[in-house]
Structure formats: C-alpha cells, structure tokens
Write a protein that binds this ligand. Structure first.
Ligand code: FAD
Length: 563
C-alpha cells in the first residue's frame, strides 16, 4: 500500500506524539502535522503530581520533546495552541482555530487543512463534580502543566495548609502523597468504602493503613455535595452524611471522560461507554480517520468487553499501531489489560486484568477461582525482605490466568508485570508454576512469588487441595481448624476456631470430626496447606483457607465504616 500523503494528528501528547514519530520512521514522504490546543507538546502528564510535590523540580523536565525537536529530528510540524474545531469528512478537511493569534479575540483565527489520514488522540478530560460551588477558586483538576502550575501558585500564594482530595483513585492518591510531602494536611473523600476502586476491597486495607499512618484522613463511603467559600478565603465542604470540613484547597480526581466532541460532531461511531469506537486497527467508523488513547473504547483483553482504559501504555502503543496501519502495515491491537501501578507513600499497589468485583458485575465470576498469598518480596533470609500480598484470579476450566492484584513495599510492580505478560500470552497457572525468573537473594526467591502463585493455583487445578475463601468463613458449618502456634492463636482468631498446631496434628487427629468438612487456616495459607494435604490423605474432607488469617484481617479493616 502507498504511504499516505497528508497525515494530520489531533492531540500532541502520548498517543498523538507516538503516532507522529512512528509515522515518520515509516514514511519519509508523508507530510505530518500535529495539532495541539495546549501550549506544550509531548509532556509527561504522569509526572504532574510529582511536579506539584517538588519531586520533579523543574517544569522543563516534564517536556519530553519540543516543536523544534520534532521539526529537526523528524520533519514533523507541530502547531501549538491550535485547536481542531471540526472535521469535514466529505472534503477530508479539518478546521483549526489558531489560539495564538492575538487578533482573533480569543476564539482563534480559523483555517482549514486537508488530510489523507486523520488521527484523533484528544485524550480524556477530568470529570468535575456537578455540585454547588464546584467552580470556586481553589478547586482544581489535574490534567496538564498549566493545571499543575496553578496548583503550585495557589499553595504558595494562599499559604494553604489543608487540602481535600475528592476521589481515591490513582491521580487522587498521587496528589495526596505529593501534597502531604509539601506539608499539607490532606483528607481523601471517596464515595466508595475503599480507595483505589479498581482493586478488590480486601487488597486495599494496607493502603488505608499507610494513608492513616502518614496523617491522611479518610472519609470513605461519603459523598461531597457542595462547596462554599468562607469569608477567610477557605472552602467549606459539605458531605452527604451531613458532616462538614473546612479546607484551603480541593483537588478533584474523580475520573476522566473521553474527549469525543470532535468525533461526535463529525458523526463517527461512539460506543456505549462514551468513547470513540474503533476496530483492532484503531480505525474509526470512517476508514480515513483513526483514533487512539484515552478517547477510545478498547476491548478488555480478558473479558472481551468494550472498556475505557485511560492509561499511558495503551495510548502509546495504539499511536504506534495506527501509524503502522496508516503507512500500510497490517497490525492489530490485542486489547488492553488495564495494567497499572501506583505509589502510595511507602506502598506500591498494582493490578492487571479484571478484578473479582468486575467479574461479579459481569456475571462471570462462577467461571473463576482465586488464591491469595503473602510471600516475602525477596528471600526471607536476606536482610530487608518485605511482605507483599498477591491475589491471582484464573479460569476454573483450564487454569488460564485472568488477573492479579498486589500490594506491598517492594517488588510489587515486577510481579504484576510478569503476570501481565503471561495474561497477554494466554498463559495458565501451570506456566506461572514453571516460569523461570531471575534469582539472587536480594532480588527474589528461588520460588518467586509468581511461581508460588502458580504452584498454589496449580494445586487447586490438579485437585491436590480445595480452597475456602475468607468471605465464606462466617456462617459455614465446617469445622474451623487453626494450625498456628498457640501464641499466634492468642493474638486473634476466628470465633469458632479450634487450635491444633501443625506440629501436633498427626498426634491429635482423633479430635477432628470425620463427618464434617474441616477448613484449616494459618497466617498466610502455607501451614494450612500442609495440614490439608496430611488430613486429606487420612480421608478427612479438608479445605485450606486461601491467604490465611491475614487476608481475612485485611478485608475486615477495609470495610470498617469511617468518618
Ligand atoms: P493526552 O496525553 O491527554 O493528550 C491529549 C492532548 O490532546 C491534550 O494535550 C489536549 O490538549 C489535546 N487536544 C484535545 N482536543 C484537542 C483538539 N480538538 N485540538 C487539538 N488538541 C486537542 N497513565 C499511566 O499509565 N500511568 C500513570 O502513572 C499516569 N499518571 C497520570 C497522572 C496524571 C495527572 C494524568 C492527568 C494522567 C495520568 N496517566 C497515567 C494517564 C495518561 O497520561 C493518559 O492515559 C495518556 O496521556 C493518554 O494519552 P492520549 O494521547 O490519549 O491523551
């Protein structure tokens, strides 16, 4: 296929800039023009919270490229402060407003440009609460460098000491960490009973603990219903519960909405979730227009459902792929797995694939099984080992890995990345069991947490052990057997549990019922697995509690109602 002549790209950051640079690498002939309505091209949005928190000191560090670099290195024309206003699909033209033109009265001088291929990468805009006072000065969203600049200026000028972050997802959590680092007292208001709503609640308890340990107040399960400006310049926040809070500034991090105005007005197909509908070559319903990044709906790699996955990795890969297709290569996007990681002070949380919550919502949870483990992030005998908690979700039918979530101080991202790659290759828990991962004691374990997860899940798949889950313990008729040491039992246990330490089990088997199921548990699930293997060989009907008492405790804390 012949290279396209005129490639016009709307949006000059993750998806747009990747697409432009890749298109040039594949076609020296094409004329490539990038339109960006803001004052910067190719900036690092993911670094913005850290710029606010002074971890990234200089604004220039956020600029990955400049128009002159694009011109010199790639022969790509970048037009900043140039908003694409409309698409004339019949004429294959766009209308652009030159916002830098001082004579246009702010609306921008209009002109038209012809395209052979048009790529839309306009991103997603932060959602603002529609409540009284939401537009007051001192209430911010974080999307670009000017937003971050305004936040920094507000803190400096107003001498803000308190901040409320509305929304506990990753931008909210990153802003919380950075505002705290500047010395502000931060409250997170989250409508759900947990922060990081994309993850399952039982995995989030350590994050709540870490936030509280760092002095962050949590208002979980409550909703902001209005803001008012007080005479002293501070902001009065009213919650649905009737509670109130006085703060000096507010960050809204309640999610993003795909920017689809251009696409809608041009009559391009929009999906049910509100993103631009594209095929697996990132083509829209018009074969001359492609769309990538936060603005599009993608297929969830695991569930096959349409999904919005506003993440930098998919945006970059889609931009590259669109350039490949436009310049004549036959490439297909595999779908997104929603792989993400987020730092919360000393903790890291990371996730890949659908969680239990989503699979339940989709009504497909009965096809899946889950296991939990809490291993060291590297060999326990090497100084500095930290516990990480890992949840693995896999198909009951064939062991195919569907998702994983992890939280801990170290080594979390590495495990989720390995599992992410496994999922994209349709790997099973047996592949995780066999994965050959690099090992030295300061980096991992000879049986890495990923191997361990695979081994535990493989045990389940092979029928070596049956698992019971933390949420089933309350109300079960099973005999609950705690195989920890008495000193551990004394510190906390299930109400109805009987304590027989693993070392005494063979000698005390006569105390166990043959006519009831026995659910064995320990702290993390290892000793109870040994117990279950022993007991099942003595013909007791046994299950092991996956992830042990620690998983149960995690869940109990995370659902505790908070003020
Ligand atoms: P964007 O990068 O948002 O670029 C879209 C650009 O299009 C914008 O600059 C906009 O001004 C421009 N535009 C829109 N409409 C027009 C128009 N009509 N004409 C001209 N220009 C237009 N993702 C991660 O994976 N990890 C992270 O740690 C992470 N952290 C983040 C932190 C913050 C504060 C934010 C805001 C986002 C973060 N993201 C993160 C998300 C990630 O930045 C986005 O998924 C990614 O940038 C999307 O790329 P995009 O090209 O679709 O859109």
């Amino acid at each position: 296929m012949k290279s396209q002549k005129n490639i016009l790209i709307v949006g000059g950051v993750a998806g747009g800039a990747s697409c432009a640079a890749r298109a040039r690498r594949l076609s020296e002939e094409a004329r490539i023009v990038l339109f960006e309505k803001g004052p910067f091209v190719s900036f690092a949005n993911c670094g913005l919270p850290y710029y606010v928190g002074d971890v990234i000191k200089k604004e220039e560090a956020l600029l990955m490229a400049t128009p002159s670099l694009f011109a010199k290195r790639f022969n790509i024309e970048v037009r900043l402060k140039s908003e694409v206003m409309s698409i004339d699909r019949e004429r294959c033209e766009i209308e652009v407003a030159d916002l830098s033109d001082p004579l246009s009265g702010g609306d921008g001088k209009r002109y038209r440009e012809k395209y052979d291929a048009l790529v839309l990468s306009p991103g997603a805009s932060p959602v603002r609460l529609r409540v009284p006072g939401a537009e007051l000065p001192g209430i911010f969203t974080v999307r670009n460098i000017p937003d971050s600049r305004q936040i920094k200026e507000w803190i400096a000028k107003s001498g803000a000491r308190k901040a409320m972050v509305v929304g506990g997802s990753f931008i909210g959590l990153e802003m919380t960490e950075n505002l705290s680092a500047l010395g502000l007292e931060v409250t997170i208001a989250e409508i759900l009973p947990q922060v990081m709503p994309l993850m399952d609640p039982e995995m989030i308890s350590p994050v709540h603990d870490e936030l509280r340990r760092r002095g962050v107040s949590l208002r979980l399960g409550d909703e902001v219903v209005g803001f008012e400006r007080l005479p002293d310049g501070s902001i009065f926040v009213l919650m649905k519960s009737g509670e109130t809070e006085k703060t000096d500034m507010v960050i809204m991090g309640i999610g993003v909405r795909p920017e689809t105005k251009l696409a809608r007005e041009a009559g391009l197909e929009i999906g049910e979730l509100g993103g631009i509908r594209v095929n697996d070559q990132m083509a829209t319903s018009d074969p001359k227009i492609w769309a990538v990044g936060d603005a599009v709906e993608v297929r969830d790699f695991v569930t096959g459902q349409w999904a919005l996955m506003p993440l930098a990795g998919p945006a970059n890969r889609q931009g590259r792929l669109a350039a490949d297709v436009i310049t004549g290569r036959d490439r297909r996007f595999r779908g997104s797995q929603g792989t993400f990681v987020c730092g919360v002070f000393d903790l890291t949380v990371a996730c890949v694939g659908p969680g239990e919550k989503l699979l339940k919502k989709l009504g497909t949870w009965d096809k899946y099984e889950k296991i939990y483990l809490h291993p060291g992030h590297h060999a326990l005998y090497f100084p500095g080992a930290k516990t990480l908690s890992l949840k693995l979700i896999f198909s009951k039918e064939d062991g195919r890995v569907a998702g994983a979530q992890a939280v801990g101080q170290q080594g979390v991202d590495k495990r989720i990345d390995v599992i992410s790659m496994a999922i994209q290759n349709n790997a099973t828990v047996f592949d995780l069991e066999e994965a050959e991962l690099c090992y030295a004691p300061q980096f991992g374990s000879a049986k890495d947490p990923v191997n361990m997860a695979g081994m535990i899940a493989s045990n389940v798949m092979r029928g070596d052990v049956d698992v019971a889950q933390w949420e089933e313990v309350e109300g079960t008729d099973a005999f609950i057997l705690d195989v920890r040491e008495p000193s551990e039992f004394a510190k906390g246990h299930f109400d109805n549990a009987v304590n027989i330490p693993l070392g005494d089990l063979r000698a005390r088997m006569s105390e166990l019922p043959k006519d009831r199921e026995i659910w064995a548990y320990c702290l993390v699930g290892q000793r109870s697995y040994y117990a279950a293997r022993t007991l099942s060989q003595h013909l007791f009907k046994t299950k092991t509690l996956s992830g042990g008492y620690r998983t149960h405790v995690g869940r109990r804390d995370s659902v505790k109602p908070e003020k």
